[in-house]
Design a protein around this ligand. Structure first.
Ligand SMILES: C[S@@+](CC[C@H](N)C(=O)[O-])C[C@H]1O[C@@H](n2cnc3c(N)ncnc32)[C@H](O)[C@@H]1O
Length: 586
C-alpha cells in the first residue's frame, strides 16, 4: 500500500489551525523576514493540484499540503525522500543556515548525514590510515611506508589516495615518532579530498559548495604554516604539481578549517566532512545534539524543543570556555564574531562563567559559592565582568564596588592559569591535586569560572572512583562535596547546554550516585527519618531517570552510551529497592 510499503512511517497531517498555534518565531541571528515568501503554506494539494478547505499539511515538514489523507499516503513514497523538519535559508552575514520548518520535539531526529569523507585530524599522533587505531610502526605499508595495522588495513580503499601519491613520488615516508603529534599526517585528509575531483563527481561538487573563507584565511598565520606543512609537501614531496593547483589545496584547507567535525573513536579521534550538517549555524548555547552512528553518519537531534522558524544551531567551540576564549577561537578559525545570547550577556545567562573576583572588594563581600535561594539564582557580589563581552579591549568592572579591572591583566592571568589547568588535566590528576588547584585559584576566579568548572568536572568523577575514595567508602563530607560539585556543574550545564547533552548526562549520573549513597548511609544509621529518606531517594531516582533519557541518544561504543545503559539497568534496581521500602517512584 502506498505510504506504508517502505521507509519511514507516514506522518500525521496537521491543519492550518494547529499550525497557527505555533507561530513562526523570530530567528536568533537575523529575522524571519529574511526568509523567502514561499514560506506561506499553499493549500493546493501536492498530489492532485486541487484545493480543499480541509487541506492538511504533512506533519513531517509542514511544507506540503494534501486535500486528503489518501493523497498524502499515495504521495508519501516520493515525498519522504525530501520530507525534513528543516530547510536551508540564506542570510547576508551568516551565509547559509538551517531553520526549522515545524516544531521539533527534544530528541527528534533532524538528520543522519553521510560523510563526504573521513580522515585523520590535521594534528594527530600516528594512526592507522584505515581503522585509525594508534600505531607503533611494527607494520608499514609496503608501498608508501605509512605505519598501518596489517596488510588488510594497507589494502583498504580509504588509504589508496595518499598511498598512490606517496608511492608515485618514489619516496616512501619514514615515520619514527609515535604517541605524539606528527606533521606528516596533516596532508592525508587534504590528499583524500583532492582525489575526489577525479573519483567522485557528486561528492566533489558537494565539497566545493562548502564555505572555505579562502580570502580571509590567506592572510592568517595558519595559512603561512600550512603552506609549508601541507601545500609544499603535496606539491613538491608528493610531486603533485602537474595535477593540482596551489589555490585548490588552500581552498580545501579552508574547507577543513571551517567545516570539519571531530569524531571521537574509542582509541583516537579523527575528522569528517559533512555536506548537510555543515549548514548548522554556531551558537554557544546549541539547540541540537550531535553523535555519530556506526557508519560515521553524523546524527543530529533536537537537544531541546525547537519552535518552527528557529535556527538550528550547534557549538563549533568548547562550551566550557570563557567568552574571550570562545570568541577568539571562532574569529581566528571560522572568521566570525558570535552574537548568541550567551556571548552578548556579560553574565552569560546568569552563570558568570567568565567572571573573576573583584581585586578591590573586601573578602567578605565576594561570593564564594553560586547563590541559589529557593531554586532561584541570586546575583553574586564582588565579581568583575566585562562591560562589552564582544570587545577584547572592553573595560571590566566589579558589579558591587564598580571599580574597573584592567582587561589586559585578566586576559594574561586567565591564559596563565588556563595553561596550569590544562597541564593538570593532562597528568590524570587525583583528588588532592584538584582540590589544591581549586583552593589556590578560588580567591581569584568566581566559582563558576570555566577554568575552575573544568577541574570540578574532573573532581566530581574522582570522588567515588579514585582508590581509597570508592563510593561505598566515601565519608559523609566527601559525599556532600561530590553532590555539591555535581549540582554546581549541572546548574551551569542546564543554562549553556540544556536538554540532551553529554555534559548534563554524565553529571546527572554522578549526582544520582551521591544522593543515593548519602541517603542509604544516613537512613541505615537512622540519622534521617523515613519521610526524608523517601524524598531524597526520589530525588536520586529522578536524576537517574533524566540521566538515562539524556544518554539514551549516545552510541553504545562511547563511554557516555555505556553509562546510559548502566543507568537504565540501575533504574530497575532503584524501583525494586524503593518498592521494598514502601516508597513510590512516581
Ligand atoms: C560550517 S559553515 C556554516 C555554513 C555557512 N554559513 C555556509 O554558507 O556555508 C561555518 C561558517 O558559517 C558562518 N557562521 C556560522 N555560524 C555563525 C554565527 N553564529 N554567526 C556568524 N556567522 C556564522 C561563518 O562564516 C562560519 O565560518
Amino acid at each position: 500500500m502506498p505510504g506504508t510499503s517502505s521507509g519511514r512511517p507516514l506522518p500525521d497531517g496537521i491543519s492550518l489551525q494547529e499550525m497557527m498555534k505555533s507561530p513562526s518565531l523570530p530567528c536568533s541571528n537575523g529575522d524571519a523576514s529574511t526568509e523567502s515568501a514561499d514560506d506561506a503554506p499553499s493549500v493546493a494539494c501536492k498530489e492532485c493540484g486541487g484545493t480543499s478547505k480541509a487541506a492538511r499539511a504533512c506533519g513531517g515538514c509542514w511544507q506540503v499540503w494534501y486535500c486528503s489523507k489518501a493523497h498524502q499516503a499515495s504521495a508519501w513514497d516520493k515525498h519522504q525522500r525530501e520530507c525534513k523538519s528543516w530547510k536551508v535559508a540564506k542570510h547576508s552575514e551568516l551565509g547559509r543556515y538551517m531553520v526549522a520548518t515545524r516544531d521539533i520535539a527534544a530528541g527528534d531526529l533532524i538528520m543522519a548525514d553521510a560523510p563526504i569523507l573521513i580522515g585523520p585530524k590535521q594534528i594527530t599522533e600516528p594512526v592507522c590510515l584505515a581503522c585509525y587505531r594508534p600505531v607503533d610502526g611494527s607494520y608499514k605499508c609496503k608501498k608508501c611506508g605509512f605505519p598501518m595495522c596489517d596488510s588488510d588495513c594497507q589494502d583498504a580503499d580509504t588509504h589508496q589516495p595518499e598511498c598512490e601519491a606517496v608511492s608515485g613520488s618514489g619516496r616512501p615516508v619514514h615515520v619514527t615518532l609515535f604517541g605524539e603529534n606528527n606533521p606528516l599526517y596533516e596532508c592525508i585528509t587534504v590528499v583524500r579530498l583532492l582525489a575526489l575531483r577525479d573519483n567522485d563527481t557528486i561528492l566533489w561538487r558537494r565539497l566545493m559548495a562548502l564555505e572555505s573563507h579562502e580570502e580571509r584565511r590567506s592572510r592568517t598565520e595558519a595559512a603561512a604554516i600550512t603552506q609549508r606543512t601541507v601545500v609544499d609537501i603535496i606539491m613538491e614531496r608528493m610531486q603533485q604539481v602537474d595535477k593540482y593547483d596551489e589555490d585548490l589545496i588552500k581552498k580545501i584547507l579552508g574547507i577543513i578549517d571551517t567545516n570539519a567535525y571531530e569524531i571521537r573513536l574509542p582509541d583516537s579521534s579523527i575528522q569528517g566532512i559533512y555536506s548537510q550538517a555543515s549548514m548548522l549555524e554556531h551558537s554557544c548555547i546549541p539547540n541540537t545534539h550531535r553523535t555519530f552512528d556506526a557508519d560515521l553518519n553524523l546524527v543530529v537531534r533536537a537537544a531541546v524543543p525547537i519552535k518552527r522558524g528557529c535556527h538550528l544551531t550547534s557549538c563549533y567551540t568548547e562550551v566550557l570556555a570563557t567568552t574571550t576564549v570562545r570568541q577568539e577561537h571562532l574569529l581566528t578559525s571560522k572568521f566570525f564574531t558570535c552574537c548568541c545570547p550567551r556571548c552578548v550577556d556579560p553574565t552569560e545567562l546568569g552563570t558568570y562563567c567568565s567572571a573573576i573576583l573583584c581585586p578591590s572588594c573586601p573578602i567578605e563581600k565576594k561570593s564564594k559559592k553560586p547563590l541559589v535561594v529557593k531554586d532561584k539564582k541570586v546575583v553574586p557580589t564582588g565579581v568583575a565582568i566585562a562591560d562589552d563581552p564582544l570587545s577584547p579591549s572592553s573595560i571590566w568592572r566589579c558589579n558591587t564596588c564598580d571599580n574597573p579591572v584592567d582587561a589586559d591583566y585578566i586576559v594574561r592571568m586567565t591564559a596563565v592559569v588556563n595553561e596550569e589547568a590544562e597541564e593538570l588535566e593532562s597528568t590524570n590528576p587525583n583528588i588532592k591535586m584538584c582540590e589544591t588547584f581549586l583552593e589556590k585559584w578560588s580567591t581569584t576566579f568566581y566559582c563558576n569560572h570555566t577554568i575552575l568548572l573544568n577541574i570540578k568536572y574532573v573532581l566530581l568523577h574522582l570522588y567515588g572512583s579514585e582508590a581509597g575514595y570508592e563510593l561505598a567508602d566515601l565519608s559523609p563530607i566527601h559525599l556532600l562535596r561530590k553532590e555539591g560539585l555535581c549540582r554546581q556543574v549541572l546548574s551551569v550545564a542546564d543554562a549553556i547546554v540544556p536538554g540532551i547533552s553529554r555534559l548534563r548526562g554524565s553529571v546527572l549520573y554522578e549526582l544520582y550516585q551521591s544522593i543515593f549513597y548519602k541517603t542509604i548511609s544516613m537512613y541505615q544509621s537512622k540519622v534521617i527519618p523515613n519521610e526524608i529518606a523517601k524524598k531524597l531517594a526520589k530525588e536520586a531516582y529522578d536524576a537517574l531517570v533524566e540521566c538515562a533519557r539524556v544518554l539514551s541518544f549516545e552510541p553504545p561504543v562511547q563511554p557516555e552510551g555505556q553509562l546510559g545503559i548502566e543507568a537504565r539497568g540501575e533504574i530497575k534496581q532503584m524501583i525494586k529497592w524503593m518498592k521494598e521500602e514502601g516508597w513510590k517512584t512516581a
